[in-house]
Design a protein around this ligand. Structure first.
Ligand code: ZN
Length: 166
C-alpha cells in the first residue's frame, strides 16, 4: 500500500476525532483501517488517548472561559488592525519613494538654480539636495521606531499592571 494512503488515513483519523469527516471519507477510512494494521493501531491509540482525556473532568469556571474567549477575540482584533496599519505604512512609504524618484530631476534643477542664484559652490546645493531627499525617510524611520518602542512599553506595562476590572 502506498505511503499516501497511510498519510491520508492518519489525517482522517485525527480529523474524524476533531472536526468530523464526510461519510465517504469515513467509509474509505474504515476500509483502510480494516486492511492496515499500522493505521488500525494508530486509530486505537488515538481513541484511547482521547478517552483518557475525556475521563479527566476538569472543573472550569464559566466566567474564566468567557474572559479568555473575550481576550482571544480582542487580541485577534488588535492583530488585525496592526496588520492594516503596517500595510498603510508600506503603501505610504512606496508612494513617497515613487514621488521622490519622479520629482528628483525637477528638485535637482531647482537646487541647481537656487545655488547659482545664491552664488553657492555646487557641493553646497548638492548636499542640500541630498538632505531634502534623506530627510523625509529619516523622519519616517524615526516615527516608526518611536511607535515600535511605545508599543513595547505599553505591552510591558500592561503585562505588569494587575487588572482587576478584566
Ligand atoms: Zn495504513
Amino acid at each position: 500500500m502506498s505511503d499516501a494512503n497511510h498519510e491520508r488515513a492518519q489525517r482522517l483519523i485525527s480529523a474524524s476525532r476533531v472536526e468530523g469527516i464526510s461519510p465517504r471519507d469515513q467509509a474509505w477510512l474504515d476500509a483502510h483501517v480494516e486492511a492496515c494494521g499500522r493505521c488500525a493501531a494508530l486509530a486505537r491509540s488515538t481513541e484511547r488517548a482521547l478517552g483518557s482525556l475525556r475521563s479527566l473532568s476538569v472543573p472550569i469556571d464559566a466566567s474564566l472561559v468567557n474572559r479568555t474567549r473575550l481576550k482571544v477575540y480582542l487580541r485577534a482584533q488588535e492583530l488585525h488592525e496592526e496588520q492594516h496599519r503596517t500595510w498603510a505604512l508600506w503603501i505610504s512609504c512606496a508612494l513617497s519613494w515613487i514621488l521622490g524618484v519622479a520629482s528628483a530631476p525637477f528638485v535637482w534643477r531647482a537646487f541647481a538654480w537656487l545655488g547659482e542664484q545664491a552664488g553657492l559652490p555646487s557641493l553646497v546645493w548638492q548636499i542640500g539636495f541630498v538632505m531634502w531627499w534623506a530627510l523625509p525617510a529619516g523622519v519616517a524611520a524615526a516615527v516608526v521606531a518611536w511607535h515600535k518602542s511605545r508599543a513595547v512599553d505599553e505591552e510591558a506595562s500592561s503585562a505588569t499592571l494587575p487588572r482587576s476590572n478584566s
